[in-house]
Design a protein around this ligand. Sequence first.
Ligand code: GLN
Length: 446
Amino acid sequence: MKLRDALKLNSSEIERLRADILQKAKESKINAYISFDSSGDGIPILIKDNIQIKDWNITSGSNILQGYTAPYNATVIEKLNISGLSPLGRANMDEFAMGSTTESSFYGATLNPHDTSRVPGGSSGGSAAAVAEGSAIAALGSDTGGSIRQPASYCGVVGFKPTYGKVSRYGLGSYASSLDQIGPITQDVEDAALLYDIIAGYDPKDSTSSNMEHTPIAPILDRDQKYTIAVIDNYINEADEDVQKAYKLAIQALQDAGHTIIHKEMSNTQYDIATYYIIATAEAATNLARYDGVRYGNRAKDIKNIEELFVKTRSEGFGDEVKRRILLGNFVLSSGYYDAYYLKAQKVRHLIRDEFNKIYEEADLILSPITPTVAPKLGASEDPLEMYKSDMYTIAINLIGLPAISLPVMKNADGLPVGLQIIAKAFNEQPLFNAALSLENSINYN
Ligand code: GLN
């Protein structure tokens, strides 16, 4: 059932729907859910395990937070409740949202429902995989460098990363605070607009929240609006055949629907990767300093002094990928290297923004791949550098705070989904959704 249909149900129908989804979630074999909770009475929504739900455990997929109970609701959860929606379970994710496969979770990997020998993507892999297999009607994820859009693409569903500041981060477990945004993962574009309208808006509890009224998108969705859409020709060369085929298909579909396509170039995506992995790890090392065995969750046993408490708790509590990033983050922030790495990365961030702005002088929107390949086999996170490289198309968007929506375009010969993303100027989300709806309509993926 689509979210828009669920929104029309009466309370006894919603109760039946919750029971039905709960049953599906319990029978599911793909490890998308970490836990279930049937106590709510609203339309069931699956929530990534880094978004706080009062009185529920929240662990961000980590051992270090085992046993921690959320003391308050994230603002997005309050907003769901007000609109008659309620959490049904916690979705599996990469530990502290660091990863592109959901394999770094303390709870083990989530499997891709299209082929269980493959990853669902990450870090919001549980959210995307559950929506794809029908064990969730819609879910919330978080996107720091692609974690909503990329798993949505690998699983053949829709994922939307809002403009930075549009959705409150209050109650979201911080990974990299200048990049993180919560957003919807849904079965289609219209549902994404609906769920986004529910969670968006100014929140005085989040100092980076945009103090601007949210104009609901779903009621005025218009697939007939025509836009100028830029495609980045040199980007696509680095993608494999399936992705190139999807790209051509989408360009043709957009042209047939009356949009104007213009061709552009951008600088090498390797700069984006380097910049992102400096800024994200620097912020992560800072944010994760709070997990010290004193204030949250797990505490190491048999300790003799305070230093041992920190060291043992952190050594036992964090997984390898998280430790790698804390090391890297502390290194780029250290006094001898700060200027050479962190400061330089902040400058490159501005250059990336300038490049996008230049394209937006002529175009309303940009069409881009999400990943260079379809969902890889399980084990894809074993080579971290290769995994980081697969984020080449998604991370620039977070570095400069833009909104982007990922939607499925085709299936390859093995039946694996290939998605693409449409990117808009900051706060220009209505055209983004209109064009996404137009593309969804003209390609007919389902
Ligand atoms: N794959 C990226 C990373 O590992 C993005 C993760 C995310 O968006 N949370 O940092």
